[in-house]
Design a binder for this molecule. Structure first.
Ligand code: AMP
Ligand code: ZN
Length: 142
């Protein structure tokens, strides 16, 4: 993946402010610093998004998320909470197509990060909700 910016950060061709790395992951500061301490965790293996994680990769990468989350929280007593964000697909705001998890420390309602969850609950009957749930369940891998 020669033109992947995160592969270049992993191999050192592009500099980054590194927090941690091991055989499987690299953790570095997001250049945007949406809030102070905004950090990215990336698998060293190039996968575009969460849909490409096989069991082995998931079992290697995902347990590291709480470890990094706790380290960030402990790093600054002003951090009150943490959003962990994983964008998959351009429609979902992914702009770098090498899978990554954002860790965005939260300091106040008025800090630079916000998410909107619109409440559409009144638009669904209980049957419609059950149908959606069943379709998801049917598509789960063994
Ligand atoms: P996303 O929009 O979820 O794909 O997030 C991509 C993130 O990568 C953005 O928050 C960028 O600020 C960040 N980013 C892009 N280039 C670099 C870089 N060279 N070093 C650190 N972070 C970067
Ligand atoms: Zn890559």
């Amino acid at each position: 993946m020669n033109d992947c910016i995160f592969c270049k950060i992993i191999d050192g061709t592009i500099p980054s402010v590194s927090v941690y790395e091991d055989d499987d992951i690299k953790v570095f500061l997001d250049i945007s610093q949406t809030t102070p301490g905004h950090t990215l965790l990336v698998p060293k293996k190039h996968v575009a998004n969460i849909f490409e994680y096989d069991d082995s990769l998931a079992q290697t990468i995902l347990p590291k998320i709480p470890v990094i989350a706790r380290a960030i929280k402990k790093s600054n007593p002003k951090i009150l909470g943490l959003n962990i964000v994983n964008n998959n697909g351009a429609i979902a705001y992914q702009s770098v197509f090498h899978s990554h998890f954002h860790f965005i420390p939260r300091f106040a309602d008025t800090d630079s990060f916000a998410m909107t969850f619109k409440d559409n609950s009144e638009k669904y009957s209980s049957d419609e909700l059950q149908e959606i749930a069943d379709r998801i369940h049917e598509n789960m891998e063994e």
